[in-house]
Design a protein around this ligand. Structure first.
Ligand code: PRP
Length: 220
């Protein structure tokens, strides 16, 4: 495809299609099941795919697969009209998007966790987390000054290696905490996947969006 044809394809797709950014990872399977429940079948969209953009002319829809933390960025900038993003990512990054619906998928909890053998009431000074804003505002509300140490994953290593006294992280099955001899000290909030929308698309493509929203609401 030469450059001009590519530009025409890109702009036409943006106007004609409803573009939805989906989070790769554990949310994706549940999201595809949700689409199946409303009789929308998107073949070949899977976690293992190296392809990132999928067009489905039958539905006038385009799906893009991205890292969960990038979904609100694509939606905020309008390159995706809608997105499926975890509430954890939305609370942490606070992008300027509309949150349309709690899809009740990928449910888990945001918690403070500490070593299993930690005695009750021992103060927390350092917290390792992938979610520095969530952690900061949680401890700020409690008027508890802590040092937040940002990690990008495997935050359970913090207390194990003596980097931190606690972690702020999501817990689903609790398996990772148990494997690393940690326990939940406090629950910060419940987390689940949300349907989000770009603020301009929400008005410009309101017909398509409301139709899809209606179908999803009926099964959530
Ligand atoms: C998440 C989270 C915990 C784990 C919790 O990590 O950060 O580590 O899942 O799930 P569980 O309660 O079912 O064990 P993720 O798999 O996203 O990887 P990461 O630690 O590298 O961020």
């Amino acid at each position: 495809m030469d450059y001009i044809k590519y530009e025409i394809w890109k702009r036409r797709s943006a106007l004609e299609f409803l573009t939805i950014a989906l989070s790769k990872g554990r949310i994706l399977g549940e999201t595809m099941e949700l689409f199946n429940r409303i009789k929308m079948h998107f073949d070949n969209v899977s976690e293992d795919s190296r392809k990132l953009v999928f067009e489905f002319k039958d539905y006038d829809m385009r799906l893009i697969l991205s890292k969960p933390t990038d979904v609100p960025t694509f939606v905020e900038h309008g390159v995706a009209d809608l997105g499926v993003a975890g509430k954890d990512v939305l609370l942490e990054d606070r992008k300027d998007v509309f949150e349309l619906l709690d899809l009740k998928l990928a449910r888990c909890r945001m918690v403070v966790a500490v070593p299993e053998d930690r005695a009750p009431g021992v103060p927390i000074y350092r917290v390792a987390t992938k979610y520095p804003h969530i952690a900061e505002s949680f401890f700020l509300k409690k008027a508890q000054p802590v040092e937040i140490i940002k990690l990008n994953g495997s935050v359970e290593l913090g207390p194990l290696l003596g980097l931190s006294d606690a972690i702020v992280d999501i817990v689903a099955t609790g398996h990772t905490l148990r494997e690393n001899h940690l326990k939940v000290e406090e629950v910060i909030c419940p987390i689940s996947a949300r349907l989000i929308a770009n603020q301009v698309s929400f008005r410009l493509k309101s017909g398509q969006i409301q139709e899809l929203l209606g179908k999803i609401k009926a099964v959530v």
